[in-house]
Write a protein that binds this ligand. Structure first.
Ligand code: THU
Length: 127
């Protein structure tokens, strides 16, 4: 699959980021196995800890609208560099997209692709 549309969706979502504290915008876009795209941006808060990352915004939007089967998630940021997902987002990605692809894009049009299990080989579980 060509992930250009997914990356473009993440780039557009990044512009909605609410980042008065870090000024670091992140955009994410997740695609379901049947081709639906959900986007997200990071949303910060004065209490800092209430901040929601772009990846989780996108995933939670998709889940809350009845979607469970995901193929890939694209992530971009205002830094222009590759922006790998934080540990909390890796845990959430692993729960909802265990066999998926994580695509990072920078502002030179380069991409890096990882499997979910490469990014978090052993996730937390209630075992
Ligand atoms: N951020 C994300 O949106 N995704 C990540 O995976 C890491 C960090 C956001 C949170 C905060 O608004 C800003 O980047 C700086 O940490």
């Amino acid at each position: 699959m060509n992930y250009n549309e997914l990356i473009d969706s993440a780039i557009k979502a990044k512009e909605f980021a609410y980042v008065p504290y870090s000024n670091f915008k992140v955009g994410a876009a997740i695609i379901t196995k049947d081709g639906k795209i959900f986007t997200g941006c990071n949303i910060e808060n004065a209490s800092y800890g209430a901040t929601n990352c772009a990846e989780r915004t996108a995933i939670y939007k998709a889940i809350s609208e009845g979607n469970r089967d995901f193929e890939a998630i694209a992530i971009v940021s205002s830094s222009g560099n590759f922006t790998p997902p934080c540990g909390i987002c890796r845990q959430v990605i692993a729960e909802f997209m265990p066999n998926g692809i994580v695509i990072l894009a920078n502002d030179k049009g380069e991409i890096r692709k990882y499997s979910t299990s490469e990014l978090l080989p052993i996730k937390f579980d209630l075992l």
